[in-house]
Design a protein around this ligand. Structure first.
Ligand SMILES: C[S@@+](CC[C@H](N)C(=O)[O-])C[C@H]1O[C@@H](n2cnc3c(N)ncnc32)[C@H](O)[C@@H]1O
Length: 471
């Protein structure tokens, strides 16, 4: 270890910054965040420093003297030439005051770390002044991993510390807190339901029969959207949940790259469904979710796109609620918005469409989709069809029959946002031919409407020309 990390309580304690420019302002922000009683001394102050610190710190306009530094707990030298900074370093050392000289690590007693700030919970990253940019990168990585409401969770635990001490036997206390931080009350709080978390916590601490509790211990289920495939489109929250999960039940459309981001020792179960080939019936998926949660596990139900867009997430939510399992929903980027971005096609480009409608082209068995064709044809806006490849011919025929023009632009996006993405585009009148020539198998979206003309992708002529060249 090159430098020892210590978290110093600076609340209302005197901190001095010598300097009045941009460097001084940056350090002042840090010190004000830690509650210090802050003074800055400089012959002149930059207008921005003055404007931002007015009323929040004492700004003293004069040349600093040795006595200024002697009364500080910590001191900073900023915006000061090297020679003068060296002189101040000597004065500080003689006075026994810890000093930081901006950008001159050799003169520093301490360096300021990169900080992940979650209120009571702070993580500091130091490279002992060697590589601040590396420190900032690590900070960004850790920021992504830690829930934003972690500070609130620490406050909550602090609030119940004495009650838990009074109600739970010393030998059981550690287990109690372990279960608490892994369990549904913490999840509820992190999800923003503070009132519900207090209610549940009061119930828990007022029934401290820990043997009984162990048997009753319930985990939680998170229904999580994995997005359309590109792992970069996973939300930060989804990533965090994947890294905390004990068990993951995932669908066919969840890509391997996304699964590889999950906690290494999490149990994984494929419960995906290929069309007409239900790998695991829906009721059984719900039963498994309930069973794992009742074993006290943190379960992630990982679904392609957004769980509430043609994803049966609503049914799972209902089943879990009926079984009194704590359940939380984390949205994802749905295929329509992911694919539109991948194709550079704005779904509601204001020159072409005032609305967008999402429909499913799938119906039970071999039946045609039961859609209100005249309403859809009359809208003349953007229509996005999920699961529509198999019934593309019927969809095109019905829309034309009900008044949509044959030359309405269409785009078909297969495996949107993934490495094997394919886009073909043309007109509604020859949609089946386009799908056939493009060898589209799915998963794919049909986008019908003027905006489809904006999509990147191959036209029928491009496809035929390529096939001829290859022959
Ligand atoms: C059962 S639905 C699930 C939709 C998902 N919940 C969502 O919000 O995107 C599956 C259909 O979504 C569409 N889909 C999902 N991911 C896709 C992708 N990467 N590219 C194109 N279409 C996709 C396809 O139409 C596929 O048949």
């Amino acid at each position: 270890m090159k430098a020892f990390p210590a978290h110093i309580n600076l609340n209302d304690r005197p901190v001095l910054i010598i300097g009045g420019g941009a460097e001084a302002l940056a350090k002042a922000r840090l010190m004000l965040a830690s509650g210090a009683d802050l003074a800055l001394i400089a012959a002149t102050f930059a207008p921005e420093t003055e404007a931002e610190l007015e009323g929040r710190a004492r700004l003293i306009v004069r040349k600093p003297v040795a006595a200024d530094i002697e009364s500080a707990v910590l001191a900073f030298i900023a915006d000061t030439p090297a020679e003068e900074a060296r002189r101040w370093a000597e004065i500080a050392r003689m006075a026994g005051v810890l000093l930081n000289v901006v950008d001159q690590p050799e003169l520093c007693d301490f360096t300021t770390p990169s900080i992940v700030d979650r209120g009571r919970v702070t993580v500091s990253i130091s490279t002992a002044g060697a590589a601040p940019v590396l420190g900032k990168r690590l900070r960004a990585d850790i920021e992504a991993l830690l829930p934003p409401r972690l500070g609130a969770l620490a406050d909550f635990a602090d609030r119940y510390r004495e009650t838990v001490k009074a109600k739970i036997a010393p030998a059981e206390r550690r287990n109690f807190w372990e279960d608490f931080f892994d369990g549904p009350i913490a999840a509820q709080l992190l999800a923003g339901d503070e009132a519900g978390a207090h209610e549940a916590m009061l119930a828990l601490v007022n029934h401290p029969d820990t043997e009984e509790k162990a048997e009753e211990k319930t985990g939680a289920v998170h229904i999580v959207g994995a997005g359309p495939g590109d792992p970069d489109l996973l939300t930060i929250k989804a990533l965090r949940l994947l890294q905390r999960a004990d068990v993951i039940l995932y669908d066919r459309l969840v890509s391997d790259e996304i699964l590889s981001l999950a906690r290494r020792d999490a149990e994984r179960f494929y419960v995906g469904k290929a069309k007409s080939n239900h790998a695991v019936p829906q009721e059984e998926i719900e039963a498994r979710l309930i069973e794992f949660a009742r074993q006290g596990k943190t379960v992630v139900r990982l679904k392609g796109g957004d769980p509430f867009v043609f994803g049966r997430g609503g049914e799972e939510l209902e089943a879990l609620r009926n079984a009194s399992i704590p359940v939380f929903v984390c949205p994802g980027v749905t295929a329509a918005t992911g694919c539109a971005a991948a194709a550079n096609m704005a779904l509601t480009h204001r020159d072409h469409a005032q609305a967008v409608t999402f429909v499913t082209g799938h119906a039970k068995g071999e039946a045609d989709p039961a859609l209100d064709w005249s309403a859809l044809a009359a809208l003349k806006n953007t229509l996005v069809v999920y699961m529509g490849v198999a019934k593309a011919e019927t969809i095109a025929e019905k829309l034309i029959e009900h008044g949509r023009e044959r030359d309405t632009p269409v785009a078909v996006i297969e495996n949107g946002t993934r490495g094997n993405q394919k886009i073909v585009k043309g007109a509604l009148g020859y949609l089946p031919r386009l799908i056939d020539a493009g060898e589209i198998k799915g998963p794919a979206l049909l986008v019908i409407g003027e905006v489809a003309a904006l999509a990147d992708g191959d036209t029928l002529i491009d496809i035929i020309a390529r096939q001829r060249a290859a022959a």
